[in-house]
Design a protein around this ligand. Sequence first.
Ligand code: FAD
Length: 232
Amino acid sequence: MRRYRVLIVGAGFAGAEAAWHLARAGVEVGLLTQSLDSVMMPFLPPKPPFPQGSLLERAYDPEDERVWAFHARAKYLLEAEARLHLFQATATGLLLEGERVVGVRTWEGPPAWGERVVLAVGSFLGARLYLGEVEEEAGRLSEASYPDLFEDLKALGFRFLDKEGEVPETPTTPGYRVRYHAFHPEEWEEGTFRLKGLAGLHAVGLCVREGDYARMSQEGKRLAQYLLHELG
Ligand code: FAD
């Protein structure tokens, strides 16, 4: 059984940034995400300024603002890190030993284990997408949002706020809205990234606070520094 020092769920702007910094600092990181085709995939092209020394800054190319090309560069940089294991799986619930979180169950079957578990699931907790008359369970266009993890967290007693984000119409994509949930501010400790109630569980990114790509990436960097200190 492989047990990462840090297991991060969600390779979006916050989770991928945190994983990259931890791996570069020598920590064995598992970065589990529901689709390798959407690793660090923007809704719209990211615009500088970006946090200095960030993965976001490194993956940005002012000569090429295509969102999928940005995603491909970020994925390449993540996969080039020897201590970072990026893999495809969908987390469906937390694995507990007493009051401590030790990993996640996955839809695919094999569980994933970590000394610290980080939820970086963005706009995917109980998400619904609205496009004209169409409504579907999705955290972004063409990306399904499965209910299991959200239901499991609710069953464990976590409280959430209703949130909404909007993507304007562009020449290549239709405009749409996403309604999702974020942890209630009383469920986590600002600055520590820890979720209260269960040991070993952290959260970062849009599932705890709003912000643009640069902010999410900055939060991912801060989480990495916090965990490096905590792990010693
Ligand atoms: P994300 O980047 O969404 O990453 C979350 C990742 O977790 C995804 O890859 C997802 O597949 C994965 N995941 C989710 N659930 C699971 C699971 N159970 N198991 C495994 N993997 C899972 N900011 C901007 O600067 N510009 C914009 O144009 C912009 N548009 C936005 C539009 C909408 C509709 C919303 C909701 C937000 C927008 N934001 C925008 C704000 C924010 O910066 C982005 O949403 C940003 O992507 C959030 O980063 P994140 O890491 O928290 O989540």
